[in-house]
Design a protein around this ligand. Sequence first.
Ligand code: EPZ
Length: 417
Amino acid sequence: MNSFKVTGGNRIDGSIKLQGAKNSALPILAATLLIKNKSVIHNCPDLSDVDAALKILVKLGCVCVRDENTVIVDSTDAFNYEVGKELAGEMRSSIVFLGAIIARMGKAVISSPGGCELGPRPIDMHLSALKQLGVIIKEEDGVTSCNCPNGLVGGEIYLRFPSVGATENIIIAACLARGKTVIHGAASEPEISDLADFLNRAGARIKGAGSNTVIIEGVPCLKSVEHTVMSDRIVAATFLSAAAVTGGSIEITDCPAYNMQSILDFFEKIGCYMKIKNNRVYMKCPSEFKASGVTVTDVYPAFPTDAGPLIVATFSRLPGENSLLETIFENRFRYVPELNKLGADICQNGKTVTSKGKKKLFGADVNCTDLRGGAALVIAALNAEGESVVNDIYHIERGYQSFALNLKKLGVDIEEL
Ligand code: EPZ
């Protein structure tokens, strides 16, 4: 297992171009199955989760070619409808293939998804929605078998919670269903709008993506399409946190400021100067930060759960009381004990973690527990005196393209062991 060696103390001052969004690229790659032709996806980030998605597509009979950040998927001859444990277990979003495989093949067999240890990752909303579209589902020993002998039929879906993945699965499945599907209580994250843009460009008829009510009129087929994936707002939050924790400055280009207001608000609240022009965000840290108080994660457009660990990593730099209340996942604090090995002195009380006053951090040997928690450890290590070793960085490689290289370009002393 690889590690990063980080020597803290350097200030970040530099500019970085943002990568494509993992959580947009993954459902879009799944949706290419609906198109019996070529799909050209630009700005597709080079990540292990994307590699896992491409492996699934190849297993299903697609031809996938990657040229740097452009991926071409030819799904003309897709024939398979099974995703086995080894592939489905590699990442959480394997579940988003379910709707696409059923819509294309009329049936699907998928093993339970893997992904981050953020608590139980149930798929009840995915399955109950697909049943309402006419899918017969059997779950046995972690394998979900789906059948839809008469084809998918549109219907009224009510989500008890605006699940991002369930919303994506239903949109994808409903594109080729007979009749109209309405999703009430849909998730409104920007990545869902990007998925809908991709599908509409291929001839789908989706309205209301990005709101809580999405309407999909089924069409008989979709055509070849070219699409550029939106930029990754969580990776942007990661680099803003890295700059903040070093007291430096950073310019992020290709940055979707319009869909990350809650993240920008956090950095302004702690005293950072922000300048936003078109898709360019420039942030400069104050000589003295302010306390952030309590930050609560919630569904879009509130502060995103994925950026929670990234701001907790900045608390050691902030005066006063700083807390994060996590409302989306059951257990998203497994990185906190690792942060405390660096001297962060963060305490957890149920769904809230709190840090009181600035802390002097010292380099230590720490272990990544999940994707964003891992990135948080690297961020905190930038502000720790001496050398830190961050282990199990395969978690980080799931969602960050050339993470160490980009940090090095920004002036950080980091190397991969
Ligand atoms: C997506 O996960 C993202 N992953 C996550 O990003 C992100 O944290 C999450 O949305 C919330 O924004 C991808 O897009 C690949 P949910 P997803 O369904 O779809 C519960 C990252 O770091 N739930 O909105 O799995 C679930 O357990 C990752 O990039 C059910 O109970 O999120 C969770 O508590 C981490 N039943 C809550 O809903 C279901 O059927 C939100 O889950 C589905 C979900």
